[in-house]
Each structure stands twice: as structure tokens, then as C-alpha cells.
Design a protein around this ligand. Sequence first.
Ligand SMILES: Cc1ncc(COP(=O)(O)O)c(C=O)c1O
Length: 415
Amino acid sequence: MEETFNVIKELMAQYDDSFYIYDEKKISGQINILLENFSHYEFLYSIKTNPLDPIVKFVASKGFGADAASAEEVVIGQKAGVPYEKILYSAPGKTRKDIEKTIDKAIIIADSYNELVLINDISKQKNMHTKVGLRVNIDFSMDGGKGSSSKFGVDEHTLIKQKAFLNSFSHIKIVGIHVHLRCQILDHSKLYRYYEKIVELGLFCQETLGWEMEFINLGGGIGIVYSLAHDTPLDMEKLSRDSQGLVQRFKSKLNARLIIETGRFITCEAGQYVTRIVDIKESHGTKYLIVQKGLNGFLRPSIAELLMDYSPENATLKASEPLFTATDAFEVMIPDGDKSCLEKVTVVGSLCTATDVLVKDAMLPKATIGDLVIVSKAGSYAYSLSPLLFSSHGLPYQFYLTTESKIHICANDAG
Ligand SMILES: Cc1ncc(COP(=O)(O)O)c(C=O)c1O
């Protein structure tokens, strides 16, 4: 920790601007947790969580495939060395151009009946025979109830009615399914029951719809602990034991790859957002620490503060992934502040909006202008999810700290 902090200080002294720093050791540790616990499963790295080139390459080098949510992410995965059969491209609303661009680079997961027709049409034009997957809106909820309306996939109960249509294509063949219901499930029994339902659905697709199932994508992602007060870590050992049992139960009936999408698990805790205090002032009894880049560097903490402002006291806020998970998700630290003197402060950025708040009324060590402010859990849904161009301040830098303590400086347009 001390070692990384010294690196952070040196980087700020040298680059004089806000940045993200990602730690390969932590990424590697997370990868190993998954590999050790789920030996019968394949993993796809969810590129949307952090598409940074050295990260995607490193994760790919460990044998992970790519969960691509756009045609561009398919290309990112391909450039990182992920082979065709390990890139699964799943998103609603793909255009003809998206499909044409990716049909030879990834397994495309059709998100609707129309999309199946479109992929078949493109395959015919290109004189190809394409294996595809189908995203299914499963008739089951994470909490054990019935399914509900969704913009993702086709409703499970419609499959049987569409059997003839689904098996009528001349140039595509459905060989897999993809389901993703919810993020941040930390209850291993809920997650396991969900996996079990999807594998049962896979068996139904094989036995009743007549598909030769090559893969079952159980979706993602593996959650992490954001709130030390409210989150209980996922019990990996139990999930691992039950998931291996699931493989044993179905292996005589199904010969399909079982796939899990990593979601934020790989990168979230490996990233920190670093900015620094450029001014300090008081107004009507509130002490403001003004940092160089607030929400135009890292958006998610501001959304948490914004939601709290508009919620009645004691309201239970529903997570709205991946924009918002919990109000106490991020730790804001001032490592060089005076720890013997805590002060109640509000940390804000310089944008022309009162929403530009990293944390409100927090007890933090007494700070001075120039001190660094570090925000935790900034490795996923951070750089790529923030309005970096707001007010034309220039982009934050991104640094990748390798296991050998080398620093990759990633492309950035900041002046
Ligand atoms: C299909 C799919 N897979 C994986 C993920 C990532 O999982 P998480 O948000 O839990 O990190 C998402 C997130 O929206 C998703 O939609």
C-alpha cells in the first residue's frame, strides 16, 4: 500500500493532473480466485467494466474470453488476442453494420427474433453458415418469483411457440443461450439457484427445441463488496462447491461449455481514482475541498450523492447498475491529511453544477491545498462511464502498474 502510494505521489508530481491507476497484482489475484473456484467453467471478461488495452490483454493472456457489449468491444477483444469462439457479443439493438463488422470475429448472441432474421440475412449474403446464441429473458426472478418484462432477449415462454420459426433458418443455427438478470448478487444460494435454472433451460433447448447446445452463458457478474456496513462477501467456496455439483448433475445430458461473465469482479478493486485539492473554502458553515476533477473524472460517487439528495430519509435505494450501487460504495481518502484532526468536509469538483460532489459532510483528516484525494473501487465503470468531456477540462490519465512495478501510460488527450 505504502509502495503504491509513493508511486501515486510521483505520478501526480510528474503529470500534474488527475488520473486512474490500476494494479495488475490485484487483477491477477481476482483472476486466480475465479480459476481456483470454478475449474469446470469458462470465464468471459466483461470489457464494458474496463476496456483499457493492457488490462484486456492481461486478462486474455490468462485464458479468459471476452463478454462484448458492442461491435467496438468485439474489436477490442480481438485486438487483445481473444479468439473467435471466446468472444460472445451480446447487446440489444445491434445494427446491420454492427453484425457485418463482427460476424467473423465473435459468436453473436441474437437479442430478438428480428435480429435472428437479420443475422441469417447477412450470413446468406456473405455465403456463410453462422452459429449463434440467443439471449433469453428467463421466466424466473433472482428472488425466486416469476420473470418480468425486459428489453433484453426474448421471453422464455415464447420459445416453444416459436420452435418452428427458430429452427427454420437457412444460414444460421442456434447453439447456445445467454441469460443475465441482475448484477451484484452476493448471496451464493440465490446465484446458484439462478445458475441451475439456466442450465435447466439449456437442457430444455436441447431436448425440446432440438438445438445442439454448444454453450450456456450464465451471464454475470460476480459481485464485490462495496459497502462494508451492508454487504456480505459472496461465499466463493459454497458457490464453487454447488457449481461443481451442477456440472456433475448435468454432464451426462449436456455437453455444452458453461460460461460465466466476470462483470466488475476482476477490475473494480484494482483501480483507484486520484485527484488533488486545488482550493479550500467555507460557505454558510460548510467547508469545501475543491478538487481538480470531480465528476468529470469519476462520475459514480456523484450519482450516489445526488440520489441521497432526492431520497426521503431512511429510504432504501434500489441499485441501478452500473451507474449506482450503494450510497457508501466508495472510500474517499486524503492520505497526507492530518489524521489527528478530523474535519467535516464536502469534496467537490470545479464544474458548473452543484452535483459535482465526490462526498458530502465526510469526516476526513484536515487537508491543505495540494493534498491528494484518492477514491477507491475505481477500476470498473469509472473512466468509461464518466462525462470526461464536460467543460473541456481534458481527460484524466490512466496508468497501469504491472506485477513487475512497471508503469504503462495509456493514451490520453489531456493538454
Ligand atoms: C450481460 C451482462 N453481463 C455482465 C455484466 C457485468 O456485470 P456487473 O455489472 O455485475 O459487473 C452486465 C452488466 O450490466 C451485463 O449486462
